[in-house]
Ligand binder design. Sequence first.
Ligand SMILES: Cc1cc2nc3c(=O)[nH]c(=O)nc-3n(C[C@H](O)[C@H](O)[C@H](O)COP(=O)(O)OP(=O)(O)OC[C@H]3O[C@@H](n4cnc5c(N)ncnc54)[C@H](O)[C@@H]3O)c2cc1C
Ligand code: FES
Length: 583
Amino acid sequence: MLSIRIRPLTQRSQLHRIRPDLIHRASFTGDVRKMAQEFKLKDLTTIDLKNGQKLEADVEGIEEGKVLLVKVKDEVHALSPKCTHYGAPLKLGVVTGEGRLTCAWHGACFNVASGDVEDAPALDPLAKFEIIQKNGGVYIKGDKEGITSSRRSLNLKCQAQGQEKVLVIGGGSGTIGAIEGLRGGKYTGHITVISKEGYRPIDRTKLSKALLADVSKVAWRSPDFYKDASIDIFEDEVTKVDFASKKVSVESGKTYDYTKLVLASGGAPKSLPLPGLKLGELKNVFLLRSVPDVQGIVDAVGDNGKKIVVIGSSFIGMEVANALVQKKNDVTVVGMEKQPMDRIMGEKVGKIFRGLIEKSGVKFHMEASVDKATPSKSDPSKVGAVHLKDGTTLEADIVIEGVGVGPATEFLKDSGIPLEKDGSVGVDESFAVPGHKDVFAIGDIATYPYHGPNGNGTPVRIEHWNVAQNQGRSVANSIAKPNAARPKPFIPIFWSALGSQLRYCGHTVGGYDDVILSGEPEKPSWVAFYTKGETVVAVASMMKDPYMAQAAELMRRGKMPSKSDIVKGVDILEVSIPSEIKM
Ligand SMILES: Cc1cc2nc3c(=O)[nH]c(=O)nc-3n(C[C@H](O)[C@H](O)[C@H](O)COP(=O)(O)OP(=O)(O)OC[C@H]3O[C@@H](n4cnc5c(N)ncnc54)[C@H](O)[C@@H]3O)c2cc1C
Ligand code: FES
């Protein structure tokens, strides 16, 4: 779904090894103990909460110090008040009876009793504090740093040992979920990551929104984090997998063996097979998937004031158009649909997005077909214009193609593994590849059975950050705890930044036949319910937290109200969330 990459068509990312160091001597250790002190909570004499309720309280003696009190199963817990992903206030989150706290912004889920991460995209757990009631006041016990940082550092220190070797191909979202999930699940075997990306795992979702080309600003972890966790990351391109002998070959000529293999090679951006737009034909024509792609765009944009044509009006095209127009460039989006993103979001909602970024100055040519790009008159090595089939010519210093991705599975062709028609790898509910023992596939390359609303096991491939990471976590759990119960089901969630923040959960598997839009689209403060018959299959919202998070929890439990209920005015925030998972 989120399927656009922009990469300089004229250059290939340079390959070099990132971390040649291998086995490190350490062992799983608990958190480093710091000096715990008692801190009084301001204006609280007692805690009066019902199960499922939460309260943010100020911590006396610590500037801006806050804590979140949450009651579940008759017990009150004191936790960090902000999500460890991007810092959303968790007082806006959704609490379930069994003790999950879901962040309203992008669906990260924490265990209330432990503070541990249950679902992506957060990586670090919440800090948890002891509560003391005495002398007519309420106190928490903790160290100052734990309170101010609003997180507990994840300590995955490990000494890898034994014969077990997990090899992960790729260095993206699925990989992060898998490797941190493995060490977090106390897996002590060897973990090797082979990624052709050229740097440690980054927050890819920021590339199109903030155009950040500095790895240190988008990397999730420091190199030492992986070193301490005994996770070895090599930069190389996997060229072949021999499943019979359990060996992986890479471009530099080496081979790696494994006992378990996780395929997480993500998507490969497409370019239009049209004159001037094919890979490498003209300079300043870009795709977007990685840091060098952003670097190429940023360099070409220079001091801004450039004429930029974005081909493709889906999420990444819209996000990058929005980011570039903010920097005072002249940006035009060309799309085939009637409204941007209308294939996924529907015309009504697509129109809202268009209005939002039009306000910032982006121009649109919708229901348009591109014919070709031609060189600049002043420098024929560079692009100069994009021509539409209706005869329109759009001058362009820079062209960004956001026209979709395909699964990056070239290296699996002729390996004996069956590929789906779109080149993806079919997997079962545990993300295991049927007929290939010890092989898993996750993320943008995986076609998996969907059990959300209207899913009934229909095979889907979903290009969302959270989906890849949750699948990675799930595989890690199966490997670290082979006797564990079935994988924990999750509802797909994604987000986008289009002037305002869009949140979305569910999946329009089998399509949708109606969109019920409530709220004030012009503000923009609204919720959209995508329905197929009586079933709400997906929910999108802007400035209406925590509707998306609530909808995801209700969908997970088969308790989402029907279309008729929504039309009658049922407010999903008033619907209680049962404990039983039904998917
Ligand atoms: C610019 C951008 C913005 C996005 N924004 C959002 C968003 O806001 N919300 C959202 O939900 N989703 C977003 N997405 C989608 C999301 O990033 C992807 O769905 C997610 O990254 C998929 O994770 P993955 O692990 O499958 O693949 P990736 O994260 O793409 O990782 C794949 C990795 O495999 C490596 N690789 C590929 N082939 C080989 C090989 N042969 N050998 C070795 N390594 C290989 C790649 O270099 C890469 O490191 C965005 C995507 C992009 C490109
Ligand atoms: S800020 Fe909480 S999930 Fe992103």
